[in-house]
Structure formats: structure tokens, C-alpha cells
Design a binder for this molecule. Structure first.
Ligand SMILES: Cc1cc2nc3c(=O)[nH]c(=O)nc-3n(C[C@H](O)[C@H](O)[C@H](O)COP(=O)(O)OP(=O)(O)OC[C@H]3O[C@@H](n4cnc5c(N)ncnc54)[C@H](O)[C@@H]3O)c2cc1C
Length: 503
């Protein structure tokens, strides 16, 4: 391939977004990211445990690629989070056991840590554990301590990656579903999408749960199927105790790393996930269940000194893990069809490994297709976070208000989010190429509507601001996938009818 090479990445989850950022460094690549959703990061990349895993839970013999890229990803996120101002805390984790006989199993993870080059992993016993984190249940006998674990804001990570990639020349096309990979003479020449044909030389399949279908569209790996494995979570309000200072979790099982209890980067206790294999066709089933909730409360009760009462729950949601056969990631560049790359079945620890996966894909591109990539001279590694009123002290807040009075108008009282932040989120969504500004997109970028009242007070104010900024009638404002729903709907309808009468 000579001259400028066109690359289409299918999927704007954390994997597609990380690849886009890495590829945005090169002058002779023209990169597109396509996603069928209204916004980026709408699937597995937003509904997960948010843990940047150390790498000691990956089997170096059975899953060597996962083990290597997980450890490398953990190291890379330290730099990426600084460059992109992604909320993260490097708190360390404890895998806890309640029976002395589990120590043998725990030792396996210390051994894996040595093999995978994960520093500082060791077994701690009772008193040392309780000193480290007073929220641990006193029945716990010991735990595997891994100091390099982190907690990230996964949705903000995807947003930051895409903002930075777009700032460096990548184009994002949302609401664009890939329907066909166009191959001529065994060479990829384009992708047919819901918005028309996009000519391209390389297609990177980072389509999450749908990556098996996309792979088949390219005529490769017909045996490869991705199973949705559901994980439910509970989030408690910010005042609910306990607030673990480390990431705590139960011992892993054959299908999950265990149930986690952690304090999110925004300060809420979160517990989860469950692990339930769904039939292949149920790739949209993110429903939650009473059994799931009860299971989580019971499991969290094993590792926490207490679980807050149910009245403190503010959110109960589920994510779907894209589970590949034998848990093996399929990352491969093909010569038939030439130009097609699978980055498929990226189950946990995909969030952690994303930056390392992106670098790995870069080497596959150069090695398989012999591209000689030219670094952009003016490539910008940095991206600024939206300034949050909730994190400002009075002097800084006063300065912001004097420059823009909208910082003084609070829209979400639970999380102290101002009108200026909501407006900036809308503006940033437009800048990356999001066409439909959703309520969820604004909420997740600002945390407005993410507090104790779960938007029952600010929903209408936020919807009005979106409506004003975009000219969309209030009742047509989209929440996540469908238009604004029950609760606000009556008021919105009435207001809308009134305003229509006045037209
Ligand atoms: C319950 C749960 C807990 C987890 N916990 C952790 C954890 O703590 N730490 C960790 O490291 N990992 C964790 N993971 C794994 C991690 O979340 C995933 O590995 C990662 O998010 C996968 O990212 P992705 O970009 O491949 O997929 P996704 O985020 O699902 O993105 C795929 C994108 O492709 C788009 N798409 C699909 N088909 C098409 C099409 N035909 N045309 C256009 N667009 C399309 C979708 O709209 C979507 O936006 C967890 C996952 C789950 C579900």
C-alpha cells in the first residue's frame, strides 16, 4: 500500500477509540470510526466494573496474549489518563477469601503475577487486611493484594479517547451501521453502511458483541461466535457506607473474576457484577432482575463489613460481556481478504488492555501490510477535561463565574453541575461529530442526573437546554436510544403543546 491509506474502524467502544487514538499519530493514514449508536461508548465499554486490572488474574499459559496486553495496558493507562485527564485512582485491589484452605488457590495468583511481571502482588492475612481497609468483613481470612489496580471512569475514558483522536484528524460517523464489507479480488475496498458506501483500504472490526457477525461479513472465522454474558451492578448514593478504599472482590470463578465492591471515581459504592450466560441471540438483553440484586447483596456481604440498605440504591443496571469461545481474544490481520483485521471477542480485561491492544493492532498493520507510517509533526497528545463546579474551590469558581455566569447556574443539585458544564458537553458532542445530542450523552459527560434523585429534578432542565441548543422539540429529545420517557413526558408534552400554540 502506498500513499494515504484509508482505515475504517467499526465500533466506538474503548477498543475502537483506543485504536483510533494510536492511528491518529500518523500523517499517511485517514481514519474513520463508525458506530451504529447515537454516541460513543454506549455498550460494554460503559457498563463494566471500571477496574484497571493489574494482570495477575490472567493465566499466562492458557491466555498469554490477554496476560501480556493486560499488564502492558495497566502501565499505559497511567500515561494516557494524565494526557487525557481521565478520572482514575490507583488504589490497589484485594481478592479476598474466607476459608484458610483457599490460600492454596490464592497462591496461584501470586505465581501468575511473577510470570506476568506484575509487581508487588502478595498474600495478606487478617489484621494486615483490616488495617489496610476497615470496610472488610471480619470473617475474611486473607487476600491477594495487588497494588497496581486502578479504578477509572470507563465512559469518560472513551469520550476522552475519541475527542483526542478527532482533534488529531480522525472522523467519527455515528448512527452508521456497517451492513457489508465490500471485497474485490480478495481485497477489502469498502464498507457498505446504513449511510452509504465508505471506500477504505483497511477495515478494523472492533464491534464488541457484534464482532462475530462483522467477521462473517468479511468471510472469515465462520466458527467464531460471541456469547453475551450478563453482569448486573448496584450503585448506592454518595452518603451510603462503607466506602472501600481499595478495590475488593471475592475469589474468581471459571466464568468471572468475582463480585467487586469499590468506591467509584465519583465517590459511590458500587457492587457487581453477576455472571449469567445468555443465548447467542440475546445481545440486547440488559434487563435486571430481583435474583441478580439479591445475589449481589449476598456476595458483597461476604467481603464488606455491611451492605447499605436497599433504600440507598440509586441505580441498578447491567452490561453484556462479549464472551468469545474459550475466552480467547481474536486479534488478527488477514491477507484474505487483504486489509481486514479482527479485534473481536474482547471480554475482560479489555478495558484494561485497550491501549496495549491498540499498539498491538498498529504493529499488525505495519507487519502484515508493510505500511511505512509517517509520524505527524503536530500530533497533540493532550485533551482537557470539562471543568467541574463540584471540584472547584471558591476562588476558582468565582473566576469561572466572572468569565461565564452560567457556572453560577446549577442544573443538577445532587451533583452540583452547572449550566456551563451542560452546554460544554453539548458543544463537545457536536465537535466530535455526534449528530443526535442525547440526554444520556450529556449526563455521562457531566454527571448531571447521576445523583441521588436520578434526574427526577434536573431531567426537564437538561432536556430544555438540549432542545434550545439543537432546536429539537422537547418530546423528541432522546434519552439513550428512545425519546424522553415516562415521568417527564407529561410535563414535556404539555410544555411543548403550549409552545406550539404560541407559534
Ligand atoms: C459486566 C462487565 C464487566 C467488565 N469489567 C471489566 C473491568 O473491570 N475491567 C476490564 O478491563 N474490562 C472489563 N470488562 C470488559 C470490557 O468492558 C470490554 O472488554 C470492553 O468494553 C470491550 O470494548 P469494545 O470496544 O470491544 O466493545 P463495545 O464497548 O461493546 O463497543 C463496540 C461498539 O461497536 C458498535 N457496533 C457493533 N456492531 C456495529 C455495526 N455493525 N456497525 C457499526 N457499529 C457497530 C457498538 O454500537 C459499540 O459501540 C467488563 C465487561 C462487562 C460487560
Amino acid at each position: 500500500m502506498v500513499g494515504e491509506t484509508r482505515v475504517a474502524i467499526i465500533g466506538a467502544g474503548v477498543i475502537g477509540a483506543s485504536i483510533a487514538r494510536v492511528l491518529s499519530r500518523f500523517e499517511n493514514l485517514q481514519v474513520y470510526v463508525l458506530d451504529e449508536n447515537y454516541d460513543v461508548g454506549g455498550e460494554a465499554s460503559r457498563a463494566n466494573s471500571s477496574v484497571i486490572h493489574p494482570g495477575h488474574e490472567e493465566d499466562p499459559d492458557n491466555q498469554p496474549l490477554r496476560a501480556k496486553l493486560c499488564t502492558e495496558g495497566n502501565a499505559l493507562w497511567r500515561r494516557w489518563c494524565m494526557e487525557l485527564e481521565i478520572p482514575v485512582k490507583w488504589v490497589g485491589e484485594l481478592m479476598l477469601f474466607e476459608r484458610n484452605e483457599d490460600e492454596k488457590e490464592a497462591e496461584k495468583y501470586v505465581e501468575w503475577a511473577h510470570k506476568n511481571n506484575v509487581a508487588g502482588v502478595r498474600i495478606l492475612r487478617e489484621e494486615e487486611l483490616f488495617e489496610m481497609d476497615s470496610s472488610i468483613n471480619r470473617n475474611v481470612k486473607g487476600g491477594v493484594y495487588a497494588p497496581t489496580a486502578g479504578l477509572i471512569s470507563p465512559f469518560e475514558a472513551v469520550v476522552a479517547l475519541v475527542e483526542n483522536a478527532v482533534d488529531n484528524g480522525v472522523r467519527l460517523l455515528t448512527e452508521t451501521r456497517v451492513k457489508r464489507i465490500v471485497v474485490r479480488n480478495n481485497v477489502v475496498v469498502g464498507v457498505e453502511t446504513s449511510k452509504g458506501l465508505i471506500e477504505t483500504d483497511i477495515v478494523i472490526n472492533a464491534a464488541g458483541l457484534n464482532a462475530d457477525e462483522v467477521s462473517r461479513l468479511a468471510g472469515v472465522e465462520p466458527w467464531f461466535r460471541i456469547k453475551p454474558r450478563k453482569g448486573e451492578y448496584i450503585i448506592f448514593d454518595k452518603e451510603a457506607e462503607p466506602k472501600p478504599s481499595l478495590v475488593l472482590h471475592t475469589m474468581p470463578t471459571p466464568i468471572t473474576k468475582g463480585v467487586y465492591a469499590s468506591t467509584t471515581v465519583h465517590g459511590n459504592l458500587m457492587i457487581g457484577p453477576t455472571a449469567e450466560d445468555l443465548p447467542y441471540e440475546k445481545k440486547k438483553d440488559t434487563s435486571t432482575s430481583l435474583e441478580g440484586l439479591e445475589h449481589l447483596v449476598k456476595e458483597a456481604g461476604r467481603i464488606l463489613c455491611k451492605v447499605p440498605p436497599r433504600s440507598r440504591i440509586i441505580k441498578f443496571f447491567a452490561g453484556l460481556r462479549p464472551e468469545p469461545p474459550d475466552g480467547k481474544w481474536l486479534i488478527k490481520a488477514y491477507s484474505q481478504p487483504y486489509g481486514f483485521i479482527n479485534v473481536a471477542g474482547i471480554r475482560s480485561p479489555g478495558l484494561t488492555a485497550a491501549p496495549a491492544i491498540a499498539n498491538h493492532v498498529l504493529s499488525l498493520i505495519t507487519e502484515t501490510y508493510g505500511l511505512r507510517l509517517v509520524e505527524k509533526k503536530g500530533w497533540r497528545p493532550f485533551r482537557r477535561q470539562i471543568a467541574c463546579v463540584s471540584e472547584m474551590d471558591y476562588d476558582i469558581l468565582e473566576k469561572h463565574i466572572s468569565e461565564n455566569p452560567d457556572y453560577g447556574e446549577i442544573i443538577c443539585f445532587c451533583n452540583n453541575v452547572s449550566r456551563a458544564e451542560v452546554s460544554e458537553a453539548i458543544e463537545r458532542m457536536r465537535r466530535i461529530g455526534v449528530k443526535t445530542i442525547t440526554f444520556d450523552g450529556v449526563k455521562l459527560r457531566t454527571t448531571a442526573g447521576f445523583g441521588k434523585c436520578q434526574a427526577s429534578r434536573c431531567k426537564i432542565r437538561m432536556a430544555l437546554l438540549i432542545s434550545e441548543a439543537t432546536g429539537t422539540p422537547l418530546c423528541n429529545i432522546i434519552m439513550k436510544k428512545s425519546s424522553i420517557g415516562v415521568g417527564g413526558v407529561k410535563t414535556l408534552w404539555t410544555q411543548n403543546k403550549e409552545s406550539m400554540k404560541n407559534d
